[in-house]
Design a binder for this molecule. Structure first.
Ligand code: COA
Length: 193
């Protein structure tokens, strides 16, 4: 079945990355169990730093609820019948922040380093732009050094550092880094307006 985003970008489609064949499509409520399986197979280090605990059924159920209501849009990539990664854009219709989307990207360990995170992010950017969003944010702790480097490669810039703002499952606090990406030069346009 053909899927379309609010701006009529269409999925699914399949491409080759490295020597892997990957299919890109939008997440649907029927993906609940596959997402739980994907999340539960992540290494402890990744699980420690998840923004929300997607190994829990109730968390995935509320994610699906946001997809149904249109507040979240998730693009996923599959290979050999399993989820290889996803990128989600989370929006908030509060008046002041309605132009902002938060990006969450997660790629399974087996598919890292072949450009999948970048491809998912670029697709998510295109969708965000079509949705009229002006600024994309990503949040990570300062301990996630690899993630920060990846996001810098993707064009994100550090914007704020919040001390002890994140608490991992083990009860330890971490400084939270807020990075942002200016969709289509919005910041420059806003500054000169
Ligand atoms: C962050 C993450 C999504 C990257 O996915 P990926 O598929 O491995 O990344 P890609 O292969 O697309 O690489 C993207 C860019 O980052 C670079 N990169 C990849 N891994 C890197 C690493 N560990 N250190 C430094 N740079 C790295 C790549 O060279 C590439 O750079 P380029 O654009 O100049 O070619 C993945 O590592 C992940 O899921 N991490 C756990 C979750 C997380 O931390 N998410 C971020 C918070 S939302």
């Amino acid at each position: 079945m053909t899927q379309a985003t609010p701006s009529q970008r269409t999925y699914p489609w399949t491409t080759t990355m490295g020597d892997r064949e990957l299919t890109f499509r939008l997440m649907e409520p029927s993906d609940r169990d596959a997402i739980l399986k994907f999340a539960r197979a992540l290494p402890t280090e990744d699980l420690m730093f998840l923004r929300s605990d997607i190994t829990q059924e109730k968390t995935v159920d509320s994610w699906i609820g946001y997809i149904k209501s249109g507040r979240t849009l998730t693009l996923m990539s599959e290979a050999e019948g399993k989820i290889a990664g996803y990128a989600s854009i989370h929006t908030n219709d509060a008046l002041w922040t309605r132009h902002i989307g938060e990006l969450r990207v997660l790629v399974s360990v087996d598919y890292r380093g072949i450009g999948l995170g970048k491809r998912l992010t670029n697709e998510a950017f295109a969708i965000a732009k079509d949705m009229g969003l002006k600024k994309i944010t990503a949040q990570m702790t300062t301990s996630q050094r690899g993630a920060r480097q990846v996001f810098e490669h993707l064009g994100f810039r550090p914007e704020a550092l919040l001390a002890d703002h994140a608490m991992t499952k083990d009860g330890r606090t971490h400084d939270l880094l807020l990075m942002s990406y200016d969709v289509a030069g919005f910041h420059d346009a806003a500054a000169s307006a």
